[in-house]
Write a protein that binds this ligand. Structure first.
Ligand code: PEP
Ligand code: MG
Length: 762
């Protein structure tokens, strides 16, 4: 055969990948691959074998072998050349296949006529999921370029195939029904676990389908438009009432106020009227104006701004539905509804009647999406950004949502289903059982006490924090009130929001972190476009460059805490001692100005977050500059392990139990104590019961976590001794890997009867 070289190979590959991505089903995708590969390589046959649930290699598609053999030829993983490729997980290139000792003859395929054989494994996350093989009647080894080509095709195929397996496509192809124990992975948008029935929601009308049409009576069109806009305004007001009935705080409902503002403020509606005045009918004018607005936002790279485009489109669609008199789709929402959609909007979420919403899955979107923010406010598990999710095929299906780990199981296997039912029941039981512990201290059996605080962001976090017995707020992420608005909140507005937190936790410490934007936290009205946002302009780097933002925030914080004595200020993303000095000067300036205005400034504590490796090594000097340290283990783990905290592809590598992370943490605790300062841990790690044991042993002075994690962590601490914890820490620091430490801790927790505290999959 003629070898495929260079640019030709790249072009062919691109075409194949595109065709595979556009294929309506796995079946079609596989057929296209074998056809295209056979053509491109000029070989006599090309076949794909996939591993089924019993680990057998099944012939799934072929060009050149007998087509009736598809689905019938099943090869044991230990047998034949296909089995050998799978077992070795490397290409096998033979000049005369029938003379190889592993050759196995299958009369169904008519294979005896072929001599040249090249098989390459299809590997996904280090597992062989199938084999791609080509054959030639003529003998002779395949050229190196051909081998490279086939390997590249197989690599491109792997993710499509793994995805198909998760969704049951491969089994469906074989005419079998299978339940899955492999999850699709997205981003953890809101904590909690749920089992339920998928209800797929989609927009009520299609803006893109509206034709352009000219009218002469524009007044009627304007009248219809205004009636539709009024109707949408009323719908949203009703949703607002419902959300408030469901306990979503006023602050969190601000998203919907923004919707109302979009309808009120002249902008978009004026534009639609302008197009009607030019002779377009109302629906056409609406489409034109909305799509123009949408494309302006979509063109921006900032993810939060793109999401604002979604809001505008959502509003436009709602107006269109009223213009077209589309009757309200009374979706049937069963008990335990798992709301699923390509792009779930905040209004779609609010439309679900109270009491039936179990979880939310949105194919697009991130933790910053309005829907994720609302889900957190409502305490509903939510997984965002589940790429490759088969939305079109899941309506009515049983589904498991793990909002702790960002995992989704479609039609889960009995084992998975049982495990999650256990977890849901356990969560319910815990909240009942642990109610009794609410006001008890987190005290080990040998008398060591460690305060447990809550991480908060939205005002709606206050309720759960108090409910779970938080002894204070260890981390108040002030960026949330900034994220959900469409402009910087003013000093008075910030003051009002912060005061509610101080008041709710009177007499208990509240650690307010200065604005930590950048990285994955963007403001729609303050775009930051960077190649590497996590290594860019974030946290204190932004606020020091914008003292006007920092000063206003500090003034609001001081004013909000006036009259109390629970103020602690925390600085995020500190990398240099000079940043702390500058921040201190600005904070003192804000305090001095306020004092001149008659505001009483009571003593407060200043702290620095340890989130950057550089800060670990200067922890002692940093501690000397301030009153306390607080370790952000989410970012510290991300930077120490070089693992993007939001990237599902490498999520398995993100583990704060990594021995290097543990050593860094211990170093920070010792450094703080050497300087006579306290140190708190406030990343997700603090809320992991197994990890909390180690943090306790290190001598951390407090732990701060999501409110929902408090009861479990308290329970573990109350059932441990400091001595036991110390031994486990010794082992963990010497351990080879995070996995080994996790296994060891899980075993210990199991042995002391705390196995139920472990999350599935951990
Ligand atoms: C952290 O990085 O661990 C932390 C607590 O801050 P955030 O998660 O808000 O970045
Ligand atoms: Mg951080």
């Amino acid at each position: 055969m003629a070898p495929i070289v260079g640019s030709q190979m790249l072009g062919t590959l691109r075409r194949i990948v595109q065709e595979v991505n556009n294929a309506p089903s796995l079946d079609v995708a596989l057929q296209r691959i074998v056809l295209r590969v056979k053509q491109a390589m000029g070989v006599d046959t090309c076949s794909i074998y996939l591993r089924d649930s019993e680990q057998m290699y099944v012939l799934m598609a072929t060009q050149g072998l007998n087509p009736t053999a598809v689905g019938r030829v099943r090869l044991s993983p230990k047998k034949g050349l296909i089995g050998l490729v799978g077992e070795r997980a490397e290409p096998i290139n033979l000049d005369d296949a029938p003379s190889h000792k592993c050759y196995q003859y299958f009369p169904e395929t008519g294979e005896e006529a072929f001599h040249g054989f090249l098989g390459v494994p299809i590997i996904q996350q280090s597992q062989v999921v199938g084999v791609l093989a080509v054959q030639e009647v003529e003998g002779g080894r395949f050229e190196e370029d051909s081998v490279s080509f086939l390997i590249t095709v197989a690599a491109q195929l792997a993710s499509a195939i793994a995805h198909a397996e998760v969704t049951g496509d491969t089994e469906r192809l074989l005419g079998k029904e299978r339940r899955s124990d492999r999850p699709l992975v997205g981003l953890a948008g809101s904590a909690g676990v749920a089992l339920g029935c998928a209800v797929v929601v989609y927009p009520p009308a299609d803006l893109n389908a509206v034709p352009d049409r000219l009218v002469s009576d524009t007044a009627v069109e304007v009248q219809q438009l205004m009636a539709a806009v009024d109707a949408v305004r009323n719908d949203i007001k009703l949703l607002l009432v419902r959300l408030s009935d469901m306990g979503v705080s006023e602050d969190d409902r601000v998203l919907f106020e923004v919707y109302l503002m979009m309808l009120d403020s002249g902008g978009m509606v004026d534009k639609i009227v302008e197009y009607i005045d030019q002779g377009l009918w109302a629906a056409g004018a609406l489409k034109k104006a909305v799509l123009e607005h949408v494309s302006v936002f979509e063109a921006m790279e900032d993810p939060y701004l793109s999401e604002r485009a979604l809001d505008i489109r959502d509003l436009g669609i709602r107006i269109l539905a009223h213009l077209q008199n589309v009757p309200d789709r009374a979706n049937d929402y069963p008990a335990s509804t798992v709301l699923v959609g390509e792009e779930i909007t905040a209004t779609m979420l609010a439309e679900v009647p109270p009491g039936v919403l179990s979880a939310v899955i949105s194919v697009r979107g991130s933790n910053n999406s309005h829907v994720a923010i609302l889900a957190r406010a409502m305490g509903v598990p939510c997984v965002m950004g589940v790429t490759d999710f088969p939305t079109g095929r899941v309506d009515g299906q049983e589904i498991v949502v793990d909002g702790y780990q960002g995992k989704v199981y479609i039609k889960p296997s009995v084992a998975i289903s049982r495990e999650y039912q256990r977890l849901v029941a356990e969560e319910r039981e815990f909240s009942a059982e642990l109610d009794g512990l609410r006001d008890e201290p987190a005290k080990t059996k040998d008398g060591v006490v460690i305060p447990l605080y809550a991480n908060t962001g939205l005002l709606s976090d206050i309720g759960p924090s108090l409910k779970y017995g938080a002894e204070g707020v260890g981390l108040y992420r002030t960026e949330f009130p900034f994220i959900i608005r469409d402009r910087f909140p003013g000093e008075d507005e910030q003051c009002r929001i912060y005061r509610q937190v101080f008041d709710a936790f009177k007499g208990r410490p509240v650690v307010v972190r200065s604005l930590d934007i950048g990285g994955d936290k963007a403001l729609s009205y303050f775009p930051i476009n960077e190649e590497n946002p996590f290594l860019g302009w974030r946290g204190i780097r932004v606020t020091l460059d914008h003292p006007e933002i920092f000063l206003v925030q500090m003034r609001a914080i001081f004013r909000a805490s006036e009259g109390g004595d629970n103020l602690n200020i925390l600085l995020p993303m500190v990398t240099n001692l000079s940043e702390v000095e500058l921040a201190k000067q600005l904070i003192s300036r804000a305090a001095k100005e306020l004092e001149e205005e008659g505001v009483v400034i009571r003593p407060y504590q200043l702290g620095v977050m340890i989130e950057v490796p550089a800060a670990v090594f200067q922890a002692e000097q940093l501690a000397r500059q301030v009153d306390f340290l607080s370790v952000g283990t989410n970012d510290l783990t991300q930077y120490l392990l070089a693992v993007d905290r939001n990237n599902p592809q490498v999520a398995h590598l993100f583990d704060s139990l990594h021995p290097s992370v543990l050593q860094a943490l211990q170093h920070v605790v010792k450094s703080a104590h050497n300087s006579g300062k306290q140190v708190s841990i406030c990343g997700e790690m603090a809320g992991d019961p197994a990890a909390a044991i180690l943090l306790l042993a290190m001598g951390a002075d407090s732990l701060s976590m999501n409110a929902s994690s408090l009861p479990r962590v308290k329970w573990v601490i109350r059932n441990m001794t400091q001595r036991q914890a110390g031994q486990l820490l010794e082992e963990a620091l010497q351990s080879d890997s995070a996995a080994a430490t996790r296994e060891r801790l899980n075993k210990v927790l199991n042995d002391v009867g705390l196995g139920g505290l472990l999350r599935a999959g951990k």
